[in-house]
Design a protein around this ligand. Structure first.
Ligand code: SDX
Length: 376
C-alpha cells in the first residue's frame, strides 16, 4: 500500500478559514463572529443572532426592527408548500418532509439561480422566516390538526411554538426554546455545514446547498442524535434501568447518542447553557423522573467511558418537555442551523474554490478486456 497518509473523516484536518464562528476545544468555547455563545443566549433573540451570523455585527435597534418586520411578514406557509407536504405520507420522516418542502420552495423561486450576495441573503432570510411554518405544520398534520397561521405580534420563538401547539407559550418555555435555537445555529465545519460548502463550491445555488445539508444533518451521528437520545430515554424508561441498559448497550458496541464529539473532547461548550434551560423546563413541568434518568445515564456513561454529553443530549429532553414529537426534534435543528449553513454558503460563494480532495486507490491493479485490440 502506498505510503500516503489518509485522514479518515477529515479528522483534525483544517481545510479553510471561516469568520463565522470559532470552536475552541482547548478553552471549551464557541464564538459567533467573536461573541461567546453563552452571552448571546443570555441576552439576544434568535432573530438578532441570525442577523449577526449573516452580517457580522449585532443589529442596531433600527436594523433589528426592519429585520424582524420582514421576517414576520414572511412567516406564512405558501399554498404550494402546504400542498406538497399534504402529498407526502403521514409517516414520512419529518426530515424528509422539510427537505422536500425546502426543495419545492427553492424550485419555485425565480431568483434561485441568482447567486449574487444580495440575492442569497434574501433567500436566507426568507428560508429563516418560512421554516417554522413547514416544521410546525408537518407535526400538526401528523396529529390530525389543522394549519395554524403565524402571528406577527409574537417573536420568532413564541410564534414557532404558537404555530406548533396553537397556544401562546409560557415566557419561560419560549425563552428555553430561544436558547436552544441560538445554541443550534452554528458550529463551524460540521458535517452538514461542510456539505453545504462543498455544494456551494461548484457554484450550485443556495437551495441545493441547504437541501444537501438537511440530508447530512438527518444522520444519528450528527443532527439526528437529538431524536435518538429520546428513543434511548424511552427504551431505558427510568433511572433504575440505566445500569443494565448501559451494560447491554456497551456489550453490543452500541453508540450512545448524545455523547461524544469530533472536536470537543472534554465536553461540548454549549451543554451547560442548554442544561440550564432544560432545568427550568424540568421545574416548570415537574419532570423529576426525566431529570433523574438524564443524570443517571450521564454519570454512568461518563464514569465508564470518559465521553461527555454533546448539545443533543440536553436538547432532546427539552424538546420533549415542550411537547414536540420526537421525530420533530431534528427539523427544529434545521430551522436553527439554516442560519449557520447560509452564512457559510455566503462565505464559500465569496471565496469560491472548488472543494475536491484526493483519494488513494486501493482497488485491483490495471487489467484489460480479453481479446480487446485498440484501434490502430
Ligand atoms: C452533532 O461536528 C459538529 O460540530 C456537530 C455538532 C454541530 O453542532 O454541528 O456538534 C452536532 O452532530 C453532535 C454529535 C451528535 N452525535 C452523537 O451524539 C452520536 C454519538 N456520538 C458518536 O457517534 C461520536 O462521538 C461522534 C461521531 C460524534 C464523534 O466521533 P469521533 O470523534 O469520530 O470519535 P470516534 O467515533 O472515533 O470515537 C472514538 C472512540 C471510539 O471507540 P473505539 O472504536 O476507538 O474503541 O470513542 C467511542 C468510539 O466507539 N465513542 C463512543 C461514542 N462516541 C465515541 N462510544 C459509544 N457512544 C458514543 N457516543
Amino acid at each position: 500500500m502506498s505510503d500516503v497518509e489518509i485522514k479518515k473523516g477529515l479528522a483534525g484536518v483544517t481545510v479553510d478559514y471561516t469568520a463565522v464562528s470559532k470552536v475552541n476545544p482547548d478553552t471549551n468555547s464557541l464564538l459567533y463572529r467573536g461573541y461567546p455563545v453563552q452571552e448571546l443566549a443570555a441576552t439576544q433573540s434568535f432573530e438578532a443572532v441570525a442577523y449577526l451570523l449573516w452580517y457580522g455585527e449585532l443589529p442596531t435597534d433600527e436594523e433589528l426592527a426592519q429585520f424582524v418586520a420582514e421576517e414576520r411578514a414572511g412567516r406564512s406557509l405558501d399554498e404550494n408548500i402546504k400542498q406538497t407536504i399534504d402529498l407526502l405520507p403521514l409517516d414520512a420522516h419529518p426530515m424528509d418532509v422539510v427537505r422536500t418542502a425546502v426543495s419545492v420552495f427553492g424550485a419555485s423561486d425565480p431568483a434561485a439561480f441568482d447567486t449574487s450576495r444580495d440575492s442569497d441573503l434574501d433567500k436566507s432570510r426568507r428560508l429563516f422566516a418560512k421554516l417554522p411554518a413547514m416544521v410546525a405544520y408537518d407535526q400538526r398534520r401528523r396529529r390530525g390538526q389543522e394549519l395554524v397561521e403565524p402571528r406577527d405580534d409574537l417573536d420568532y420563538a413564541q410564534n414557532f411554538l404558537w404555530m406548533t401547539f396553537g397556544e401562546i407559550p409560557d415566557p419561560l418555555v419560549a425563552h428555553a426554546f430561544n436558547v436552544s435555537m441560538i445554541l443550534y445555529a452554528e458550529h463551524s465545519f460540521n458535517a452538514s455545514t461542510f456539505t453545504a460548502r462543498v455544494i456551494t463550491s461548484t457554484m450550485a445555488d443556495l437551495y441545493s446547498a441547504v437541501v444537501g445539508a438537511i440530508g447530512a444533518l438527518k444522520g444519528p451521528l450528527h443532527g439526528g442524535a437529538n431524536e435518538a437520545v429520546m428513543h434511548i430515554f424511552d427504551e431505558i424508561g427510568s433511572a433504575e434501568n440505566v445500569v443494565p441498559w448501559l451494560d447491554d448497550a456497551l456489550a453490543n458496541k452500541k453508540k450512545i447518542m448524545g455523547f461524544g464529539h469530533r472536536v470537543y473532547k472534554k465536553g461540548d461548550s454549549r451543554v451547560p447553557t442548554m442544561k440550564a434551560a432544560l432545568d427550568t423546563l424540568v421545574e416548570h413541568y415537574d419532570a423529576d423522573q426525566l431529570a433523574a434518568l438524564y443524570d443517571a445515564l450521564e454519570s454512568e456513561f461518563v464514569s465508564r467511558k470518559g465521553i461527555y454529553p454533546n448539545l443533543d443530549y440536553p436538547s432532546g429532553p427539552a424538546y420533549h418537555l415542550i411537547g414536540f414529537d420526537t421525530l420533530t426534534f431534528t427539523p427544529l435543528f434545521v430551522a436553527a442551523r439554516v442560519t449557520g449553513w447560509t452564512a457559510h454558503i455566503l462565505e464559500q460563494a465569496a471565496s469560491n474554490a472548488l472543494i475536491r480532495p484526493l483519494s488513494a486507490y486501493n482497488g485491483p491493479d490495471e487489467r484489460h478486456i480479453e481479446g480487446y485490440v485498440a484501434d490502430a
